[in-house]
Ligand binder design. Structure first.
Ligand code: SF4
Length: 204
């Protein structure tokens, strides 16, 4: 999509934002990032990911709207009784895309998108359905361009810039899914929460 219009970019994390930026600039977008991620737990992990996005935005001179309050209650309210995938993830996407559409409308952005569209781990069809529905409710457009092909380059760029790279999707449920088979690492003295402390178990 060739455009020179301002675009509000929901930034889920620094590596995915890295992946997005080159493509957005190449296509002529004028991006502003929004960090609204009540799904990231626990608090110190939330702060690490927020700080990484802030560091990237500073480096790239990218305008950033940062919702820096810890949103555990907002997340739990959003998912309600849906504690398992895929319902939990759908509610999580809806929460973040709705907030982004609302901010876009309030601040005069004609369109928004999300770096979640760069992640091969996320459900693209659900993101597109929910993004367009939120866009209709708020009278803006949702750019659903598939950017999964730039994901690995974004992670590599984040590594080169020494930006924090998370080890699990975000919520406390995904943290448990990620580490449930890693107790043996702790017994050996390694901390699997630290980035790249050892071989990563497969994403679930
Ligand atoms: S696994 Fe990821 S997308 Fe799913 S609810 Fe947790 S943070 Fe949200």
């Amino acid at each position: 999509m060739k455009t020179s219009e301002p675009t509000l970019v929901h930034a889920c994390c620094a590596p995915c934002l890295c992946a997005f930026l080159d493509a957005l600039h190449e296509e002529g977008h004028v991006p502003t990032a929004l960090f609204h991620n009540p799904n990231i737990h626990p608090l110190m992990e939330f702060r690490r990911r927020l700080k990484a996005v802030q560091a990237l935005a500073d480096r790239e001179r990218l305008p950033l709207i940062a919702h820096d309050g810890y949103g555990l209650e907002e997340f739990l309210d959003a998912i309600g009784a849906q504690r398992a995938r895929p319902g939990r993830c759908r509610a999580c996407y809806a929460m973040r895309l709705e907030a982004t559409a609302r901010v876009a409308a309030e601040r005069g952005f004609p369109r928004f998108t999300s770096t979640l569209l760069a992640s091969p781990q996320q459900d693209r069809d659900a993101l597109c359905d929910l993004g367009h529905a939120a866009a209709r409710r708020h009278g803006v457009a949702f750019d659903d361009t598939d950017r999964r092909h730039v994901h690995d380059a974004g992670v590599e760029r984040a590594r080169r810039l020494s930006l924090y790279r998370q080890q699990y999707c975000g919520c406390i449920f995904s943290e448990a899914e990620r580490y449930r088979d890693t107790a043996v690492e702790l017994y050996r003295g390694a901390d699997p929460h630290l980035p790249h402390a050892g071989p990563a178990p497969k994403e679930r």
